[in-house]
Design a binder for this molecule. Structure first.
Ligand code: ZN
Length: 312
């Protein structure tokens, strides 16, 4: 890989990278990271696009390694109110504000229909907000919902077509879908500035593995310390780690013990049809939990783990 030339402040200059030949060129401050129809000056490779979204790995665009594209529509409606998504957004924005208040260039991989990007967009002024997905179906939804200055890209996060650019990246319940999760961490590392931040959430506790994980195409639930080890091995220093969804954890365990529902695509949503009052109570509980997390409390157990780290 070519090394970016350095700026006077010692940071690498942001560059876009050709995924065909690895050549790089500087990204101007006011131009898109990947202008539509961009052609590599070194090898002539032209980046394809679909409805204005650059497509870097068309061969992977149809694979269902994560989420059935048809479900994005329904998920959008659920995400706006369901306690787990509402609370998770508050936690992500809270951690970004606490650990990386100066960040101005954010990339989210596996952005789905853009719920987290929307919350991040509202939280501060950004120079660049970028969402990526393997599946263009999710990006089309995100495109409709978010401001036009948010950039979207279809790519494989193991080979991100830029270097030295982002000062904050995130993947929220994404890398458990990826067989090569460490390759993804290395891909993010290369696309980031030195000192930049990363926030990840993943499902944890392998003993909680259930049919819900299979329906969701999960590769794994993370062991205690597993994500932190993988971050350390791939050039990151861990700043904070906690369980998420700790207060409701006993309910989650009980629902797993009571047995699995029978096989329909709807299974992914079986937990998403709560009575409104129950949803309100759960939202309040998780908000209380998040206030303690943001104050520095690290919950030992919970359905998910959220880790904040910094790139060396
Ligand atoms: Zn090239």
């Amino acid at each position: 890989m070519m090394l970016g030339s350095n700026r006077p402040d010692g940071l690498a200059r942001p560059e876009r990278r050709c995924i065909a030949c690895d050549a790089s060129e500087p990204i101007g401050p006011s131009e898109p990271i990947w202008p539509l129809g961009w052609q590599c000056a070194a090898c002539g490779h032209v980046v394809a696009d679909s409805n204005g979204i650059p497509i870097f790995t068309p061969d992977l665009a149809g694979t269902n390694s994560g989420f059935d594209p048809k479900l994005f529509d329904r998920l959008s409606k659920v995400e706006a109110t369901f306690f787990w998504f509402v609370a998770r957004n508050e936690l992500i924005v809270g951690l970004a504000n606490k650990f990386f208040p100066e960040a101005r260039r954010f990339l989210e991989i596996g952005c789905g229909n853009g719920t987290v990007l929307g919350a991040m967009a509202r939280s501060r002024q950004w120079e660049r907000l970028v969402g990526s997905e393997l599946q263009p179906a999710g990006l089309a939804h995100a495109r409709q919902r978010l401001a036009s200055d948010v950039e979207f890209v279809q790519m494989d996060a193991r080979s991100i077509p830029c270097t030295g650019l982002f000062d904050l990246v995130g993947a929220f319940d994404v890398i458990e879908h990826i067989a090569d999760d460490e390759g993804t961490l290395r891909g993010l590392h290369a696309a980031m500035q030195i000192g930049g931040g990363i926030i990840l959430s993943v499902p944890q506790h392998p003993w909680l593995w259930s049919r819900a994980d299979e329906v969701s195409h999960h590769q794994r639930r993370y062991r205690r310390g597993e994500l932190e080890e993988k971050l350390l091995r791939n050039g990151f220093e861990v700043l904070f780690s906690s369980s998420f969804n700790a207060l409701l954890f006993p309910l989650m365990v009980a629902s797993r013990l009571m047995g699995e529902r029978k096989g329909q695509a709807d299974e992914i949503f079986y937990g998403f049809t709560l009575n409104r009052h129950v949803n309100d109570v759960f939202t309040s509980l998780l908000r209380a939990e998040i206030r303690m997390t943001l104050a520095g409390f690290s919950w030992p157990i919970g359905g998910s783990r959220i880790v904040v780290a910094r790139r060396f």
